[in-house]
Design a protein around this ligand. Structure first.
Ligand SMILES: Cc1ncc(COP(=O)(O)O)c(C=O)c1O
Length: 458
């Protein structure tokens, strides 16, 4: 470890003793001391005391400008007043019914007006949305296999936990990526049904169709690959996937769990002008409450109406989340708020680019809608294997350096990106940029002194 990174880590340890203590207690009863593996990092994760607007405080009272925002699930920011008002009103009229109510139709209308789907069903997490979408696609086509991109994350069910972060020795030739299990416990039969392709490489996708004739039910993808920092589709890539899906009779599933609310008013299909067959939504559509949805044409969703595909869930459309979702669609995810966030996003990206050029850092800024990331690469990455060459210590230096200056620039892990909420202000962006300006030259010096090692994926 080089000295400037060591210095930032020591500062972090000095600033967060109460988090260390809480972590130690958690470790006794909770594996890794956290409720989701993604929340774990060394030496210990920051434990949160409270949050509001664009900021949160840790147990030691340090305040941070929050661009983690629950791994991008809080485009609304913390405790958005419109969401809080709607939720508070609902809390006294029943928090669970397990029976239909009139907010369901209202929210379904909001979603079908905004995204190219005719019917939706609701759930609570992105994992549920992609799991049900894949099952529906299998039912609609009578086929079992799906195409998924190496490095893409679609949640925790068996069909999704394949080649999420495969290690270099096991992922095979880039022209024929090996499907690699995301951990023990995923059945081999599930892995066999997932065919891996390379993002931004249409020929790798067509090859999978040709190798599995009449067997591919769907292509599932994030229109912008957001689990490798931020990897933008090259011109023609999404259009090509649309054409290949149609040609081979498979459904095109856009996993818009992240992009749906954050890329713009109509999500990725509006942004890129490509129409998928199915859409998965979650995270930011709930305004801070667990809410997810998947949707498609009436003919596909009718498989549920006809009792051919089963979908259920005790917590589906619980009134508190639905009230939060309605307030989020109507009062948070508005065209005016997208204009505000776009303006801040541009200011942040421009500021980073100026500093990068000033100090001679070998890095670039990728940005789309409310999201962006500092990418430590000489050239724009096009797929997972490009991303996998990152200098991890340099990234950690950046992240801890920013945190020590009161800015959580993005979630921990170098596969994530920043989110700007509707509650962030110009002053927040100025503070973010001044923190980066403060550490950028030490990043550049460290980079110049080191040779980047090949990354070990987490
Ligand atoms: C693109 C994408 N799909 C699906 C999921 C799973 O969502 P959840 O964590 O709500 O199950 C995530 C979560 O990070 C995601 O980023």
């Amino acid at each position: 470890m080089y000295p400037d990174l060591q210095k930032e880590l020591s500062t972090f340890e000095r600033r967060t003793p109460k988090s260390a203590e809480a972590y130690k207690k958690n470790l006794k009863r909770i594996p890794l001391g956290v409720a989701s593996n993604y929340r774990h990092y060394e030496p210990w994760p920051i434990f949160v005391k409270d949050a509001g607007g664009s900021k949160f405080r840790d147990l030691d009272g340090n305040e941070y400008i929050d661009h983690n925002l629950t791994f991008g699930a809080l485009m609304a920011g913390h405790c958005h007043p419109a969401v809080m008002k709607a939720v508070e009103k609902r809390l006294s009229t029943g928090t669970m019914y397990g029976m239909p109510h009139d907010m369901e139709w209202e929210l379904a209308e909001e979603i079908c007006n905004r995204f190219p789907v005719e019917m939706v069903r609701f759930g609570n997490s992105g994992t549920e949305a992609t799991m049900h979408a894949i099952r529906l696609a299998r039912a609609a086509t009578g086929r079992d296999k799906i195409i998924k991109f190496e490095g893409a994350y679609h949640g925790l069910h068996d069909s999704a936990l394949v080649s999420v972060k495969p290690h270099a020795p096991e992922f095979g030739d880039i022209n024929d990526p090996t499907p690699v299990s995301g951990g023990l416990g995923v059945p081999k039969s599930a892995i066999d049904n997932v065919k891996i392709a390379t993002f931004n490489d249409l020929s790798s996708v067509e090859r999978r169709f040709q190798q599995n004739p009449g067997e591919i039910a769907a292509i599932i993808l994030e229109p912008i690959l957001m689990n490798v920092g931020l990897c933008i589709p090259q011109p023609g890539f999404l259009e090509g996937l649309r054409a290949l899906s149609t040609k081979y009779g498979a459904l095109l599933i856009f996993d818009e769990v992240k992009t749906g609310a954050k890329l713009g008013w109509g999500g990725a299909s509006e942004y890129f002008k490509v129409k998928p067959d199915m859409i998965c939504l979650a995270k930011s559509i709930g305004g801070g409450f667990p809410l997810a949805a998947f949707g498609a044409s009436k003919s596909v969703m009718d498989l549920i109406s006809q009792h051919k595909v089963f979908h259920g869930g005790t917590y589906n459309t619980n009134p508190v989340s639905m009230a939060a979702g309605l307030a989020t669609f109507r009062e948070v995810l508005t065209r005016d708020n997208y204009t505000h966030v776009d303006k801040l996003g541009k200011k942040l990206a421009d500021g980073y680019r100026r500093t990068i050029a000033k100090v001679g850092l070998q890095a670039y800024i990728a940005q789309a809608g409310a999201n962006g990331a500092l990418m430590f690469y000489p050239n724009e990455i096009r797929n997972y294997r490009d991303w996998n060459t990152i200098d991890i210590d340099l990234w950690r230096h950046y992240w801890f350096g920013m945190v020590n200056r009161g800015v959580m620039a993005q979630p921990y892990w170098w596969d994530e990106q920043w989110t700007i909420s509707v509650q962030h202000t110009e002053a927040d962006i100025d503070k973010h940029l001044s923190a980066f300006d403060d550490i950028a030259s030490s990043l550049a010096s460290a980079q110049q002194e080191r040779e980047a090692p090949v990354a070990v994926a987490h």
